[in-house]
Design a protein around this ligand. Structure first.
Ligand code: ADP
Length: 684
């Protein structure tokens, strides 16, 4: 058998196989770490070096006669082993001396295996050259058998120096490990970053990757968002701006810090700060965006700006308030003091005196209205305004207001009408009567104030689950740009001409607060020169019941129907107030006692068990009216005690009743009100 030529052929084939194997090895590593650009570069270098090394590899052909144990070699064997083998008789035992001792077994075992199995074999081992350098050798070998006996007689093979490729392979492994580590580090950052990281194709803006934080930010899962355009998270009205910013930044290969709004899957608006860079992966340009959720910061900024604006507004309002109050208090005070002075003039006719007194009275009422408004708005702002929800008949309330204002309307020549649309037994709702009364009174008063001719109509309609009240006038109307402002404190629609209409600009602010406290809303429709309609709603929240009709009829009282038969105690430390009460009750008091402190009141009661009525001031020296009442109640349960207070605070009535008073009246005491109270209790 001409094995010589066959061996040459085999050698070439085997060398090709070797190269294929190495190439596929590189291919494998390349595939593993495709997305790390740096690693790929390194691999390319190694690959080139590896190919060069393989091409330049020294290889040598040999033949080992198994019978004589002599090894025939070619010239390359010398080069391969760095030894001039001519000086040696090459037997296997001689050759093995140059093999790294640890690898001797590898050679003997593989040769044994080849002989026993009759298969080609290949293996690697190290040799130590005479100069001490260690080299890696790869051996491919094959058994040649005797044609007649079929016994193995020779081993033929090729040895290749693979030291360079081994080195390259080691470097390759190091590079792979490095790439894996940097990949793992990157993954760790990507997966655990607090910031949302979203990768998009720079050219198309299509999202190709996103991390778990972006799921929290956008509410889209990674699967949902990948493949979508990044505009999916931009509110439609901002897309144009963001795309143009994005393109601008693309030209600069990155975004430094761009703040904008995004819209989440559920439609929530959030603020983000985006920074990012462009990187090249597999020849494609990718935008790597880091999104920081800055919604909380933005909200805080917004709150701060609001707080600042509010502080400025409140400063402005404070000045407006002082200017307004100064005017609103001085004007009636002028009236009171001025006409009181004039009253002293000698020789006034009876009519003149009556006219001056009437002006003083009107000025007093006006001043009291302002004080009441200030107290109310302060209570609202301090959160002290409480609701007393009770079943109330709104028809009765509306009729009461109608009766109350009718004379004023008639005097002004304005047509006044009302509309009750529900039958009495369905007109009962659960609400705070006093507040509803204040709301309607305010609106009707304004209508009168700002209407010089025509008509005023008010009433309500039932609409599904609520009642819609309205007060409609044919007055001066409200300029379009002032419509919102009139519901604010101290604001009047007609700033320039406000002197023409008295008022502190508090009425509608109070009215609006009351409506909202009662669960409704208030608005107006108005046209300048034509008129205004103010609307407000209240929940229609009670099953109609007939039993709980609230009495609110106007009691018409005259002192004439009272008998001059009562023994009355006035407990009052203020002289003027005492005088006023004294004059008011004189007509029906057979005997009037006066004390200045709570202690004196208790004593007077003890000494005079026949007292019918006590008008008890709440704030007195030594002992207040509540305490005095409590003590009196310990020995006298029947005596009628009416508390009188100047505070006008909500809860006063409850406090008075708790202390044991029969009723309560707020100062300044109106004659009619006091008389109707006295009549109510004395008749009982
Ligand atoms: P004021 O004490 O000034 O009446 P309000 O708070 O009640 O305060 O009203 C605020 C402003 O709204 C008024 O000054 C007036 O300019 C305007 N306004 C209120 N009601 C009417 C109405 N029925 N017609 C025209 N203007 C009105």
């Amino acid at each position: 058998m001409n094995y010589q030529s066959k061996t040459q052929e085999e050698l070439i084939n085997e060398l090709r196989e070797l190269q294929l194997e190495h190439n596929s090895l590189i291919g494998f590593y390349e595939k593993e770490i495709i997305d790390r650009k740096e690693a790929i570069e390194k691999l390319k270098n190694i690959n080139e070096r590896f190919e060069l090394a393989t091409k330049a590899a020294v290889f040598s052909v040999w033949e080992h006669d198994l019978i004589t144990d002599i090894i025939n070699i070619d010239d390359n064997f010398n080069m391969l082993y760095g030894i001039n083998w001519a000086n040696y008789q090459i037997r296997f035992s001689e050759f093995i001396k140059f093999v790294n001792p640890d690898d001797v077994d590898i050679i003997t075992i593989n040769i044994e295996k080849a002989i026993v199995t009759d298969l080609n074999t290949d293996f690697e081992f190290k040799i130590v050259r005479p100069d001490g350098e260690m080299r890696y050798i790869k051996a491919y070998c094959k058994i040649v058998k005797d044609c007649e006996t079929n016994k193995p007689i020779r081993l033929i093979g090729v040895n290749i120096d693979i030291s360079d490729s081994k080195k390259a392979e080691k470097e390759l492994l190091v590079a792979k490990k490095h790439a894996e580590e940097s990949e793992a580090q990157f993954r760790l950052i990507f997966e655990n970053s607090m910031d949302s990281i979203i990768w998009t194709e720079a050219k198309t803006g299509i999202i190709i990757s996103s991390n778990p934080s972006s799921e929290i930010l956008t509410e889209y899962t990674c699967q949902e968002i990948i493949g979508q355009s990044f505009t999916i998270i931009i509110p439609p009205e901002n897309i144009k701006y963001i795309v143009s910013e994005y393109q601008k930044h693309q030209q600069n290969k990155g975004i430094k810090s761009l703040e904008f709004q995004i819209i989440t899957k559920s439609g929530k608006i959030k603020y983000v700060e985006l920074s990012g860079t462009n990187i090249e992966v597999n020849g494609k340009e990718i935008s790597q965006g880091f999104f920081k959720d800055i919604t909380t910061r933005k909200q805080k900024d917004h709150d701060l700006i609001l707080a600042k604006e509010r502080a400025e507004e409140s400063d402005r309002l404070k000045s407006a308030f002082l200017a307004n109050m100064s005017h609103e208090i001085r004007t009636p005070m002028n009236g009171i003091l001025g006409f009181a002075d004039l009253l002293k003039e000698p020789g006034l006719t009876g009519d003149e005196q009556q006219e001056y007194i009437s002006i003083i009275q009107k000025s007093g009422v006006r001043m009291l209205n302002i004080i009441n408004d200030i107290v109310d708005i302060s209570k609202i702002e301090a959160g002290l305004m409480k609701l007393e929800m009770k079943e109330s008949n709104i028809n009765e309330q509306i009729e009461y207001i109608y009766t109350f204002f009718k004379p004023e309307m008639e005097a002004k020549g304005i047509k006044f009408s009302l509309k009750n649309t529900l039958p009495a037994k369905e007109a009962i709702i659960k609400t705070d009567r006093e507040k509803l009364y204040a709301i309607l009174t305010n609106l009707v008063k304004n209508a009168i104030k700002y209407t010089n001719e025509g008509s005023i109509e008010f009433g309500y309609f039932k609409k599904r689950d609520h009642l819609e009240f309205y007060v409609k006038d044919t007055g001066i109307g409200i300029p379009h740009d002032r419509k919102k402002a009139i519901f604010e404190r101290f604001i009047q629609a007609d700033i320039e001409n406000k002197m023409a209409h008295q008022g502190a600009g508090l009425g509608l602010a109070i009215t609006k607060s009351y409506v909202e406290m009662l669960g409704g809303t208030i608005w107006e429709e108005s046209e300048e020169g034509i008129g205004s309609t103010f609307y407000f709603t209240l929940p229609y929240n009670t099953e109609p019941t007939e039993k709980s009709v609230v009495q609110n009829a106007v009691v018409s009282v005259t002192s004439g129907n009272m008998v001059k038969s009562l023994k009355i105690l006035i407990a009052e430390d203020d002289k003027v107030s005492e005088m006023l009460i004294d004059i008011t009750v004189k007509t029906f008091g057979k005997e009037i006692l006066k004390v200045r402190t709570g202690v004196e009141a208790v004593e007077a009661c003890r000494d005079n068990p026949d007292i019918d009525l006590i008008l008890m001031d709440i704030q007195m020296p030594e002992m207040g009216g509540y305490e005095a009442t409590r003590q009196i109640r310990q020995f006298n349960k029947d005596i009628v005690i009416i508390a009188q207070t100047a505070f006008g605070l909500s809860g006063d009535r409850e406090k008075a009743l708790d202390a044991g008073c029969n009723d309560y009246i707020s100062k300044p005491i109106k004659k009619d009100e006091l008389l109707s109270l006295i009549q109510k209790y004395m008749n009982n």
